[in-house]
Write a protein that binds this ligand. Structure first.
Ligand SMILES: NC(=O)c1ccc[n+]([C@@H]2O[C@H](COP(=O)([O-])OP(=O)(O)OC[C@H]3O[C@@H](n4cnc5c(N)ncnc54)[C@H](OP(=O)(O)O)[C@@H]3O)[C@@H](O)[C@H]2O)c1
Length: 311
């Protein structure tokens, strides 16, 4: 098989020929380049638990029964060889049939980013957030883009926070954002600020997350799903004990089959094909993965990079 292979920490992963995997496997059709994949491909520590390993946390493939399925997370490209290959071993219990609403390529474009955004919205729905606008941080990224589209399609007024307001304003409004605002300060401010948000989807972390919590309405929910700026949480418990704000952790890797199915149902219900296409910045071949990973880490990408796995 052809695969991107990481062999050594500190060295970029490269396209190589490898023996096919044994056991249950799919023929890889499409993958995507998530933030985690970019770190792994660039040779940075923290994603791949052992080496050598094939990165790639998402794969869309055809199984031996001829079904087209998608696997997101489930240890791919972290604990076991991942999706940046044309043959990928999978645990069949983690595979979801590609919903009729999407082509296989669009399903890969949604991938972990879309599932993570959907889990955040499902956390809001379970908690029953108050009326009012919602905030999406890291709006120009994959998780942020799907969160905007899902929340707007659900009838929420979405405020999109981005460091690229001038360049991405029209794009974010086309996804459904009512307002495009600058990033929240990276430095944490007062623990209780003017309350504005019924819910927040945050993929940034650090002081910006603390400021978002400090601006959340009583009874609101903040879905913490990422650390694009920082893994720190330099804050106060006051919003939790004086406003009843809930901090909901979002973990998309290991999910009960029922939770995966719910996330894909929500995506199929609220995201149309044109929105997925709008969120795809480019489609690349396996050989272009190392240079695209550099663009992801440099913050130059808007939305999603889809990877074609067939030659
Ligand atoms: N919890 C989970 O299971 C899960 C699943 C998927 C992803 N994640 C995490 O979620 C985060 C986002 O993933 P993604 O795939 O959406 O990544 P992405 O496409 O690279 O987007 C990240 C966005 O964060 C913003 N950002 C980057 N650096 C920043 C900084 N220093 N300060 C403030 N904002 C910054 C940028 O948005 P603007 O340019 O618009 O400001 C960027 O587009 C990552 O940390 C990823 O590891 C977690």
């Amino acid at each position: 098989m052809r695969a991107i292979l990481a062999t050594e920490q500190g060295a970029p992963a490269r396209l190589t020929d490898r023996p096919d995997p044994e056991g249950a496997a799919v023929t890889g059709l499409w993958s995507s380049l998530n933030y985690k994949d970019a770190l792994a491909v660039a040779g940075q520590p923290g994603v791949l638990r052992s080496l050598p390993m094939v990165p790639g946390i998402d794969v869309v493939g055809r199984d031996d029964a001829g079904r087209t399925v998608i696997v997101t997370g489930a240890g791919l490209g972290e604990r076991v060889d991942g999706g940046l290959a044309d043959r990928v071993a999978i645990d069949p219990s983690t595979a979801v049939p590609v919903p009729d609403a999407f082509t296989p390529q669009q399903a890969a474009a949604i991938g972990t980013a879309g599932v993570t955004a959907a889990l955040s919205v499902l956390a809001f729905e379970r908690a029953g957030i108050p009326d009012g606008p919602v905030l999406v941080t890291g709006a120009g990224g994959g998780v942020g883009g799907f969160a905007i589209a899902l929340l707007a399609a659900g009838g929420r007024e979405v405020h999109a926070a981005t460091g690229r307001a001038a360049a991405l304003g029209d794009h974010l409004r086309a996804l459904g954002a009512a307002e495009v605002v600058d990033r929240l300060p990276a430095e944490a401010g007062r623990p209780l600020q003017r309350a504005a948000w019924a819910g927040v989807v945050d993929s940034v972390g650090g002081g910006a997350l603390v400021n978002a919590i400090a601006q959340t309405l009583p009874g609101g929910v903040v879905a913490a799903c990422g650390l694009a700026a920082s893994p720190d949480l330099p804050g106060s418990v006051l919003p939790f004990i004086l406003r009843g704000v809930t901090l909901a952790g979002i973990f998309s890797v290991d999910l009960e089959p029922q939770r995966r199915a719910e996330a894909w149902e929500l995506l199929a219900e609220r995201i149309d094909a044109a929105t997925v296409d709008r969120l795809v910045e480019r489609t690349i071949g396996l050989e272009e993965v190392p240079s695209a990973a550099e663009d992801v880490l440099a913050g130059r990408v808007r939305g999603r990079i889809v990877v074609r796995l067939t030659a």
